[in-house]
Design a binder for this molecule. Structure first.
Ligand code: ADP
Ligand code: MG
Length: 316
């Protein structure tokens, strides 16, 4: 049993126009092929062959090497390296990310636009699957949760806050929060009292019957926070939660997130590219082109670029 809330192991996400065709397709071929020759025969007939001449050539040159790898992990690694050589075929949105999040953390993912922040949060939140690697939540490999059960897993464990607030426009603030509890199956009276309590907690008692259009950006984000909070999640993932807000409102939102973290022990992982917002995190993981380029612990003030193990724990 893992002592961490979330562990990422070699998480790699390759986005590409033909990702869906390429990777599972090759995977099928690898399974069917008994040896190098049958692989070649199958490969030359497949449409992957047509689309990926470049990969084919590289693969041809290295095929002995591939078949000498005896574990699936090794083969996946080989394949990944192969794909990455073909620049025009793949965007490595995340490249071999390994890190852990402790329960109760208030951590940030930093990095310029396109560095992989949203991809990382989406993968931790099981909204997207890694191409390679694993996400372990409370000791459980997310891979093992069937697609049908993912939504239930999210409802049980996670809250989401987005840059664009993502409220349902035809519902009032109250109904937006209540809806999350309906999905979770919380019965009537309890549901309404928890909705009220969450909205009171974020300071929206007086306008909880307004629709989003009649609320300011900061108020809308408070509704979104109340919605996340009401389900009592272990982890709240917030993707650039302040990017659409003025700096004063942004600070108030951070204050609120910090208060939840302190009062309720809810773990937060939020992303931002704003240094003022990032300075509020207790740990900042910096991404550049999908890779970790630094982990900065506020208390220890470690050097960016050098991975610092969590306090009191030896490096892996
Ligand atoms: P950030 O949130 O830091 O701006 P993203 O995680 O959104 O970064 O994107 C990381 C990289 O992956 C970018 O190069 C982006 O263009 C690419 N990307 C993100 N989503 C997709 C997608 N669905 N299809 C193809 N490429 C994507
Ligand atoms: Mg983003």
């Amino acid at each position: 049993m893992s002592e961490f809330l979330v562990v990422l192991r070699h998480v790699t996400k390759i986005y590409k126009t033909h990702e869906r065709a390429l990777l599972p397709g090759l995977g099928d071929l690898f399974e069917k092929a008994k040896d190098v020759d049958s692989f070649r025969a199958l490969f030359s007939k497949s449409n992957i062959f047509q689309a990926y001449q470049g990969i084919r050539e590289t693969f041809e040159a290295k095929r002995e090497e591939f078949f000498h790898k005896d574990s699936l992990t090794e083969r996946a690694k080989f394949l990944r390296e192969l794909v990455f050589k073909e620049d025009e075929l793949a965007v490595s949105a995340l490249l071999d990310i390994s890190t852990e999040f402790e329960s109760g953390e208030f951590a940030a993912i930093a990095g310029p636009s396109g560095s992989g922040k949203s991809t990382l949060l989406n993968i931790v939140g099981s909204l997207e699957e890694p191409t390679f690697g694993q996400v372990i939540f409370e000791g459980r490999n997310l891979e093992e949760i069937r697609e049908d059960d993912r939504a239930e897993f999210r409802r049980r464990n996670l809250g989401f806050i987005f840059q664009a607030f993502n409220l349902i426009p035809v519902l009032s603030a109250f109904e937006n929060v209540e809806y999350a509890l309906i999905l979770k199956g919380v019965p009537g009276d309890l549901r309404r009292s928890r909705t009220r309590e969450a909205l009171r907690y974020v300071g929206l008692e007086d306008c909880m019957h307004r629709r989003p259009v009649r609320l300011s950006g900061g108020q809308q984000q408070r509704v979104a926070i109340a919605r996340a909070l009401a389900v009592d999640p272990k982890l709240i993932l917030a993707d650039e939660p302040t990017a659409n807000l003025d700096s004063k409102t942004a600070v108030a939102i951070l204050d609120l997130m910090e208060k939840i973290n302190r009062d309720k022990g809810t773990t937060f992982i939020f992303s931002s590219h704003d240094s003022m917002i990032l300075s509020r995190a207790r740990r900042v993981i910096s991404l550049r082109d999908g890779a970790i380029v630094g982990i900065d612990h506020k208390k220890t003030g470690s050097v960016p670029g050098i991975e610092t193990p969590p306090l009191g724990r030896p490096a892996a």
